[in-house]
Design a protein around this ligand. Structure first.
Ligand SMILES: [Zn+2]
Length: 152
């Protein structure tokens, strides 16, 4: 690892770090600042010259890399913990990749809170079998078949 893109002592970083519950290097670093009303995501104002208010994860990415991710990319959490801003737990993906990642995690035993019909439809459109799609979203393949019948 070379030098950080945004200097550690800069006012922006000091302001950002004041909201970070910094723990061990591989632990989650929960955001202690403002969160979006409707979500667990933290928000942070990078200042107008850097795009104004962004999610805390995007701000963490900016501080680590010196630039914001492209607009069509999402900062995803390998730890599945939305308030986390540990740069080691952040990766860039498209919306679809983020969904696939969630699906993979669900297959490892985390059941979805509610059935993700959009994800199921997306996977079906990619030619995946009803059995695979069922596994991905945590329901039986007959449920997928029934939903397909109902949607037809
Ligand atoms: Zn984390």
């Amino acid at each position: 690892m070379g030098a950080y893109a945004v200097p550690r002592g800069s006012p922006l970083v000091v302001r950002f770090n004041a909201y970070v519950d910094r723990r061990g290097p591989d632990e989650c670093w929960p955001w202690r600042g403002t969160k979006r009303k409707d979500a667990e995501y933290g928000v942070f104002n990078l200042g107008r010259e850097h795009g104004g208010t962004v999610t805390a994860a995007r701000a963490a990415w900016f501080i680590e890399h010196g630039e914001l991710p492209p607009r069509d990319r999402e900062v995803c959490h390998s730890c599945d913990n939305p308030p986390c801003v540990n740069p080691r737990h952040l990766w860039l993906g498209t919306g679809a990749e983020n969904m696939n990642d969630s699906a993979k995690k669900r297959r490892r035993g985390l059941r979805p809170r509610r059935f993700d019909w959009d994800l199921a439809r997306q996977l079906l459109s990619q030619g995946q079998s009803t059995r695979k799609v069922g596994l991905a979203v945590g329901v039986s393949h007959t449920s997928i078949l029934n939903l397909l019948k109902r949607a037809a």
